[in-house]
Design a protein around this ligand. Structure first.
Ligand SMILES: Nc1ncnc2c1ncn2[C@@H]1O[C@H](COP(=O)(O)OP(=O)(O)OP(=O)(O)O)[C@@H](O)[C@H]1O
Length: 377
């Protein structure tokens, strides 16, 4: 029965990943947030999600007819955090199966990127990060009965003005201290993988999911305190940096000797709005921040363009963000992009820019992803 169980599990993994490959390894999901009290008096939405849940139309003040876009999935404002997570759960599962997976949220300030990625509280408003960690810990526990032992470690970093900052540096040695973060650099390992030299890795307990989730909560609190936030006209808690939450997973099967190593990167990108709208052009510090954000987002666009056109050179090294995510974007991994939109007509021009960016991403075909599994016996 144990042999049957093991081969059944192997078949499940195979089928699961075949389905993922057929769907394409870069997927684009769009999420429109509901109206918020400070959106102004008008609640007429510029965005209409079409009934099939895969297309939307958007009205822009500069055009008499709406523009239509089609993506892998479009979530209307009524979609809750659980509905969104159900659609990405398969992707998260791939990391346990030994793939390098990356999810990122793209969109203007205040469009719901952090809400989608992190969410808030301990209940229904939790976003993808806590739900993904919970799924991984629960699954790792289930797989113990099939002789799999998993180790899971978390890192959390921020890219601000093209500098990397370790958000968990104060947890080194198990306790939170007020250490000044050293500057970090991205290196390539001998196996050709990107890694951040000197980045803190916090081990997550995989034997008991509840303990692991407490550890996650603690480290998210530490990271939140370290994040540099500044205010803009559009969002007083706006994050002017990209944040990348990284989980590294390593599994060893006592019975078969197989080893898997996967990674899950969850990136909350900085706001994509242009200079004039963020009010940043009058302030030198903010101007520099916005230029750095725009440069790295346009480098991300260049990477997708190069991938979409099958260019022989893909400019991963032009920004820290793309260099860091190279393994997930290079055909070796799987990527999913969330485009977050605000429903207001005042934002429709920014929304249109985000959708055009996403449309280019949707045209990218990554090659067949590589599963990092090794059989030792
Ligand atoms: N789907 C949603 N349902 C309910 N509230 C939402 C939703 N999406 C976003 N919000 C709320 O909208 C506000 C702005 O969202 P959020 O902070 O996630 O934006 P953001 O895109 O991350 O902005 P920034 O670029 O400044 O980080 C928050 O108060 C958030 O709780």
């Amino acid at each position: 029965m144990e042999v049957q169980l093991l081969s059944g599990e192997a078949l499940r993994r195979q089928m699961h990943n075949r389905i993922q490959e057929l769907r394409g390894n870069i997927r684009v999901f769009v999420r429109t947030r509901p109206f918020l009290p400070n959106d102004g008096a008008s609640t007429a939405s510029a965005i209409d999600v079409l009934p099939d849940g895969e297309a939307l139309s958007i009205l822009d003040t500069r055009s008499p007819t709406p523009y239509e876009f089609k993506f892998d999935k479009v979530f209307p404002p009524s979609s809750g955090q659980d509905t969104v997570f159900q659609e990405v759960a398969d992707f998260v599962q791939s990391a346990l199966d030994g793939y390098h997976v990356c999810l990122f949220s793209y969109g203007q300030t205040g469009s719901g990127k952090t809400h989608t990625m992190q969410g808030s509280g301990n209940g229904a408003m939790r976003g993808i990060i806590p739900r993904a960690v919970e799924q991984i810990l629960q699954q790792a526990q289930v797989m113990q009965s099939q002789k799999w032992n998993f180790t899971v470690s978390a890192s959390f970093l921020e890219i601000y003005n093209e500098d990397l900052k370790d958000l968990l540096v104060s947890m080194k040695g198990g306790k939170e201290t007020s250490t000044n973060p050293p500057k970090l650099s991205i290196k390539r390992s001998r196996e050709g993988k990107s890694f951040v030299d000197g980045l803190s890795e916090v081990m997550i307990d995989t034997r008991e999911p509840a303990t692991g989730m407490h550890q996650l909560e603690a480290l998210m609190g530490v990271a939140a305190r370290s994040r540099s936030v500044a205010s803009t006209k559009m969002n007083s808690q706006s994050s002017r940096s990209h944040s990348v939450f990284m989980l590294n997973l390593h599994g060893y099967n006592e019975e078969t000797g197989a080893e898997v190593s996967g990674a899950l990167n969850l990136c909350d990108l900085a706001g994509s709005e242009r200079l004039d709208r963020s009010g940043a052009s009058s302030d030198a510090k903010r101007l520099r921040e916005t230029q750095a954000i725009n440069k790295s987002l346009s480098c991300l666009g260049d990477v997708f363009n190069a991938l979409a056109t099958g260019a022989s050179h893909v400019p991963y090294r032009n920004s820290k963000l793309t260099y860091l995510l190279q393994d997930c974007l290079s055909g070796d991994g799987k990527a999913l992009m969330f485009v977050n939109l605000s429903p207001t007509t005042a934002s429709s021009n920014e929304s249109l820019c985000s959708l055009r960016f996403a449309q280019r991403v949707n045209q990218v075909e990554l090659g067949k992803p590589t599963k990092h599994i090794q059989y030792n016996r």
